[in-house]
Design a protein around this ligand. Sequence first.
Ligand SMILES: [Zn+2]
Length: 193
Amino acid sequence: MSAILDEVLKANARYVDSFGSKGDLALPPTRRFAVLTCMDARLDPAKFAGLSEGDAHVIRNAGGRASDDAIRSLVISYKLLGTHEFFVIHHTNCGMEFFTNDTIRGLLGSSLETAELTSEGFKDVGKGPGSRAGEFIDWLTIRDQKQAVIDDVLRIRQHPLVPLSIPIYGYVYDVKTGKLLEVDGASEAGAAI
Ligand SMILES: [Zn+2]
């Protein structure tokens, strides 16, 4: 068994021991909101937003981008499970700012092994062959952090399946302080009508 697998299963056993009454939680989130945020390991939405089990939906992907699949989850979140406020939370020092579609397509094209982040950006150090399949994916990288939040808030706001009654708030989480910083214009762009 890998060391990580062993650690995770042991941690889970401890969690089960203290699970208490959480087995009685209802399926719909009690506090009726959803968060779309980045998968970055430094972000823990339960801690930075004060969530307990059963409170809210947290949808995570690389960058916290409003991809078609993120919007699929948000629509299910409100339509079937009753959330009525959305947060889009990106963060400082996001890895999605450090490459472009061309970069990752090129890296994948030459090797499927993990690249290295150098002072000149990501470089392949592994062996080939790679795959050109990455050329068919829009990697939704980020050029301007604040604009990306506004773009994602607007993409959700303008989606035909998202009702105008749901406010969408746009924030950047500061990885140096843990603080949520409101992005000028984002929450206005996502305001409920
Ligand atoms: Zn990130």
